[in-house]
Write a protein that binds this ligand. Structure first.
Ligand SMILES: Cc1cc2nc3c(=O)[nH]c(=O)nc-3n(C[C@H](O)[C@H](O)[C@H](O)COP(=O)(O)OP(=O)(O)OC[C@H]3O[C@@H](n4cnc5c(N)ncnc54)[C@H](O)[C@@H]3O)c2cc1C
Length: 498
């Protein structure tokens, strides 16, 4: 089999993948893969913004570091937190100055910074309530101008193998008529920027691509996976309980003064958190909601910002306002129903301060990586910052050791896809999601986790032994089963940990 060679292969076109590409030397040939259309990713869904010390008169790096550590329950990697906080402001500045990202501004032209849970200062730069889409689309426009970068949509990395320091990639390419073909690429440098794992849950804020493919491929190659049980459940997803993808109500709504109410429409956070109230970190607020549910016996919860000026609410949160209005609620006049939901993964493919894994040439960036900056619970809006800072550091590391690589072909043997003939049985993914939702939602349920893990092991063995056709569906199913396996194993191993 012939594999076309690139200087770098980047798997993923979310903010971490694209910002890496923009920072790579133009002497390197770069291939970027995107499982679906370019903007279908968690990056494009980000609402609240990106946290950084941009207002040096009222904020400083020490405070941002402290807030990050408090939210993360001091389980963070302090060296990497310092890198994040100290280098981040420059990357945020570059988004505006170099890449044309239109952050909201005050009348004097300075950045309009908002507040979110766990932050002791206003430090979140934002574009209304669609910050991720604004950054993602601007960066995509820039990357598409680069002559050294080729981007292929609808291309699913299916197999990744390594021999003599070279990674060999089998990529399934979907055509417009629904057919699939395989393309083969290789490189000495691979950046996994494949995003989160939300789709392993029955309810998540994550986009359809969040199936943990990069984590599974890295795990199978022998990369170290760390803290995969550090899953974040956001306290305020819109609660219509009709769709798997739950619409997020940004933390910035609480940052601008919204209250959380129980089934009796009474404010309850001050009873649990007299100081921080609704602005406690996410894990604390979600845990308080579960506690309040036990007390009242009802899972009806509300978010209320109707006491604020309606024009301010509509102007500050136009997308959220429009979306909940379509669902039948006018947030300027009445509370909206909310409930916690899977949102983010703090753990992932373990990397050092340059984004490098334990396998030479393999890097991981963004939500699939574990830099340790978030500890056990991510501080709001630190994720986009992490994606920016560490993907740039990866690019700088690759630039520092890679000479110009001439594009050529290499021969390598991989089993022919035609050898795989069995059809995947139906229902595996739905079963995995139900197991995860019962075994670990906000808090682990240990008996359910034990029962669930036993079944996940059976499914894993079945997928390993079977001779299933290499389809995108197979890739995602294998990833979700593997991710569930690692999470539940870790949950049970840490049963007695505080
Ligand atoms: C609703 C929502 C709101 C959020 N709000 C904020 C916020 O305000 N601030 C903040 O800091 N964070 C926020 N986050 C988190 C943040 O958006 C994400 O953590 C971050 O954008 C992840 O970026 P990424 O580049 O790692 O992954 P993504 O943006 O998810 O991109 C992953 C990419 O990998 C590709 N991919 C995956 N598997 C394969 C495969 N097998 N082959 C080829 N390609 C593949 C996908 O196609 C996609 O291009 C939010 C998240 C959500 C879901």
């Amino acid at each position: 089999m012939k594999f076309k060679k690139y200087g770098v292969i980047i798997v993923g076109t979310g903010i971490s993948g694209i910002y890496a590409a923009l920072n790579l030397s133009d002497k390197l040939s770069v291939l970027m893969l995107s499982k679906r259309e370019l903007t279908l990713c968690n990056s494009a869904l980000a609402q609240g913004g990106v946290a950084a010390v941009m207002d040096k008169d009222n904020d400083n790096p020490e405070l941002h570091i402290k807030d990050t550590l408090v939210a993360g329950q001091y389980k963070n990697n302090l060296d990497n937190v310092k890198i994040l906080v100290e280098q981040g402001p420059n990357d945020v500045k570059r988004l505006a100055d170099v890449y044309g990202v239109d952050f909201d501004r005050n009348a004097d032209g300075s950045l309009a910074l908002t507040l979110e849970g766990g932050h002791s200062r206003r430090r979140i730069a934002h574009h209304k309530d669609t910050t991720g889409y604004e950054i993602e689309t601007n960066l995509i426009e820039q990357v598409q101008k680069l002559k050294n970068v080729s981007v292929i949509n609808n291309s699913v990395l299916c197999r990744l193998e390594r021999e003599n320091g070279v990674f060999f990639a089998d990529v399934i390419v979907n055509d417009e008529k629904g057919g699939i073909s395989h393309e083969y690429y290789c490189s000495e440098n691979v950046i996994l920027a494949t995003g989160g794992i939300g789709r392993v849950y029955a309810y998540t804020t994550n986009s359809a691509i969040a199936t943990g493919d990069g984590i599974r491929l890295a795990y199978d190659l022998g990369a170290k996976i760390e803290n995969l049980s550090y899953v974040q459940f956001h306290p305020t997803a819109f609660a219509d309980r009709k769709n798997q993808e739950c619409f997020l109500i940004s933390e910035a709504v609480r940052g601008e003064g919204a209250y959380l109410l129980n089934c009796r429409k009474e404010r309850f956070m001050p009873n649990y958190e007299p100081e921080r109230k609704e602005l406690a970190p996410r894990d604390v607020v979600s845990a308080c909601i579960m506690e309040e549910e036990k007390k009242t016996g009802s899972n009806d919860f509300w978010l209320d910002i109707s006491h604020k000026d309606p024009e301010f609410v509509k102007n500050r949160f136009p997308m959220i306002y429009k979306n909940v209005l379509e669902k039948g609620y006018d947030m300027t006049k009445e509370p909206i129903p909310i409930y916690p939901c899977q949102h983010y993964l703090m753990g992932g493919i373990n990397v050092d301060g340059k984004g490098a894994t334990n396998i030479e040439g393999l890097y991981a960036a963004g939500e699939c990586s574990h830099t340790g900056v978030h500890g056990k619970n991510r501080l709001a809006s630190n994720s986009l910052l992490e994606a920016l800072v560490f993907s740039r550091l990866i690019a700088e590391d690759i630039n520092s050791h890679s000479e110009k690589i001439n594009v050529s072909e290499m021969e390598y043997n991989m089993p022919d896809p035609a050898q795989f003939t069995e059809t995947l049985p139906e229902g595996i993914v739905a079963e995995v999601r139900e197991i995860m939702q019962n075994a670990y939602f906000v808090f682990p349920n240990y008996p359910e986790a034990e029962k669930g893990l036993a079944r996940i092991k059976q499914l894993r063995e079945m997928l390993e032994r079977g001779n299933y056709k290499l389809t995108p569906e197979f890739v995602e199913t294998k990833s979700l089963v593997t991710v569930a396996y690692i999470i539940l194993t870790e949950v049970l191993e840490r049963k007695d940990e505080k």
